[in-house]
Design a protein around this ligand. Structure first.
Ligand SMILES: Cc1cc2nc3c(=O)[nH]c(=O)nc-3n(C[C@H](O)[C@H](O)[C@H](O)COP(=O)(O)OP(=O)(O)OC[C@H]3O[C@@H](n4cnc5c(N)ncnc54)[C@H](O)[C@@H]3O)c2cc1C
Length: 412
């Protein structure tokens, strides 16, 4: 028999003090849970927001404090015991304990894994330190270099959303920026060739050089401390960087769970209610959840802010209801990216083979909305600077809609 709903005598341990962990705690309190919640994170900070790191923090527009999600007042309101700077190193599902780097062993009635992801790195020789942008320290370091007042040669490896946002921030601040991308079309695997190419053109419009189909052969020492490097491409091209930033994706933080017996496969594998076992759940970027969409259920790991937030609410519901009575998560993925003065947004999640059509606006207009369809149904909608129209589609897409229905919602 599976464990039932949590009671006020139960202790919930949330491992990872990020957005998804915080939203789980918040959801539990909103749902009336009065028991003990402990949240332990390995960073020295209370939970903070990551999207500003490559945007307002990178450009020096925001101080670090502005990105804090749970200050002392909020922590006290939520009545959460918060422990910062202690990394979980092992989980024992039988004993329901988590061991930490400090030597502490914490027992709980329910454990929520919310350890997110870490930046993927490239091999570099000793003494070379490219910047990734994942943590507050990374964001502050980036801001320190970019706002130093000296024009720099900035090289960014990876033209994904974070790479593009850093390129945009650096170009805005007057630096000479080059972006290196392995794919022939940036974002092509996510958005498809036509829309990927349109996003790629945004770089050139702001004077940022983009080299696609490029393979980085090696990275060697370069000018300037602390983030200078020389990038050697397989084509023979050599790029000198006063600042090298690497944005080539992330890996889920599951090393500490090896040997726990939990199923790990590109994240912690959980069901559609986010349970890994009857008493252990996983949420946010680290969770590979059984995602219900367009009549199918697919194990999926999604690295979007809104999904992490929605997972928190779902996990709270699952804990309060118990595994048997909990409802499957209703997740419509949503992300946004701010770059070069435009807002890119996507609802849903396209897959290779989906048909895509721009139904509103155009590249020349500087704003557009595109619909992706699979079979008869809309699988995703992507917008460049059309936030109102994109959001108009939300309710229809949650319910599941055909292209004709989506066009009707848009008044087309
Ligand atoms: C620079 C940047 C910009 C972004 N911009 C956008 C955007 O514009 N739009 C969008 O939709 N999404 C964006 N995202 C993605 C979004 O921020 C993530 O989806 C979200 O932060 C995921 O939240 P999480 O709580 O699952 O993981 P995280 O935010 O990664 O939090 C996990 C926490 O767990 C900690 N942890 C890891 N291992 C352990 C351990 N063993 N023990 C204890 N603690 C541990 C981590 O250090 C971290 O503090 C951005 C991300 C980054 C990095």
């Amino acid at each position: 028999m599976s464990a039932g709903p949590i009671t006020e005598n139960d202790h919930v341990l949330i491992v990872g003090a990020g957005l998804a962990g915080l939203r789980t705690a918040q959801g539990l309190r909103d749902g009336g849970f009065t028991g003990c919640i402990t949240m332990v994170g390995d960073e020295p900070h209370p939970p903070y927001d990551r999207p500003p790191l490559s945007k307002q923090i990178a450009t020096g527009k925001w101080p670090a404090e502005r990105a804090v999600l749970m200050g002392e007042e909020r922590r006290a309101e939520l009545n959460v015991e918060l422990i910062c700077g202690d990394a979980a190193t092992a989980l024992d599902p039988e004993a329901m304990t988590v061991t930490f780097a400090s030597g502490a062993v914490r027992a709980a009635d329910r454990i929520v894994i919310a350890t997110g992801t870490s930046a993927r790195h490239l091999p570099v020789p000793e003494g070379v330190h490219p910047l990734s942008v994942r943590t507050m320290e990374d964001g502050m370091a980036l801001a320190g270099v970019l706002t130093g007042g000296t024009p720099l040669r900035v090289v960014i490896i990876g033209a994904g959303f974070i790479g593009a946002e850093v390129a945009s921030a650096a170009a805005d601040l007057g630096h000479v920026v080059t972006v290196i991308e392995a794919q022939e079309i940036p974002l092509g695997t996510i958005l498809g060739p036509e829309l990927g190419a349109i996003c790629g053109h945004l770089h050139a419009k702001k004077g940022v050089a983009l080299t696609t189909g490029a393979t980085v052969e090696r990275i060697t020492e370069g000018p300037g401390a602390p983030y200078g490097a020389t990038v050697h491409l397989a084509s023979g091209e050599v790029l000198t960087a006063d600042l090298l930033v690497v944005g080539i994706g992330v890996v889920p933080n599951t090393t500490w769970l090896e040997g726990s017996g939990l199923q790990l496969d590109n994240g912690v594998v959980v069901d559609d209610r986010l349970f890994a076992t009857d008493t252990i759940l996983a949420v946010g970027d680290v969770a590979r959840f059984a995602w219900h969409a367009l009549g199918t259920v697919t194990p999926t790991r999604i690295e979007h802010w809104q999904v992490a937030a929605d997972h928190g609410a779902t996990a709270a519901h699952s804990l309060l209801a118990g595994r048997e009575k909990a409802q499957p998560a209703a997740i419509l993925p949503y992300f946004w990216s701010d770059q070069y003065g435009v807002k890119l947004q996507m609802l849903g999640r396209p897959a290779p083979g989906d048909t895509v059509e721009i139904v509103l606006g155009s590249e020349e207009d500087g704003s557009l909305l595109a619909l992706y369809t699979r079979g008869n149904l809309v699988s995703a909608a992507f917008a460049i600077s059309k936030p109102r129209q994109l959001m108009q589609l939300r309710a229809a897409m949650v319910a599941g809609c055909t292209k004709a229905e989506a066009l009707a919602v848009l008044g087309l």
